[in-house]
Design a protein. Structure first.
Length: 116
């Protein structure tokens, strides 16, 4: 096989049809039917979503963590924790204070869950 044939063959290989690079899809595949593991993944996803929402709202407002902390009446380290996807201690009171400091309101909703 010459060099051109090898290059053509290398570039025509197809990926597996079910391959993904989405982390949540990978985790869902790994947890399989285990309800306990699925619950943990859903909780981690919610924590990540809250952290990302706070970070995005703060940066869109052009504020540093320290500036937002002063507006909220807390410390920069508290804001840093809120923006950490591994943090699980979110309180509605503090989230409302963050929202108010950013000129926003906190909106929550219940979403459909997995069948029991």
């Amino acid at each position: 096989m010459n060099k051109t044939q090898r290059n053509t063959r290398r570039h025509t290989r197809s990926r597996k049809p079910n391959s993904t690079t989405d982390g949540l899809d990978i985790l869902n595949t790994m947890t399989g039917p285990d309800a306990g593991l699925r619950r943990l993944v859903q909780e981690a996803e919610a924590d990540l979503e809250v952290a990302q929402m706070i970070h995005d709202a703060r940066t869109q407002s052009g504020l540093t963590q320290a500036q937002l902390a002063r507006l909220v009446g807390t410390t920069q380290s508290v804001i840093s924790r809120l923006e950490d996807a591994d943090y699980t201690g979110h309180s509605l009171t503090l989230l409302r204070r963050v929202a108010a400091a950013l000129g926003k309101r906190l909106k929550l909703k219940f979403a459909p869950g997995a069948a029991a």
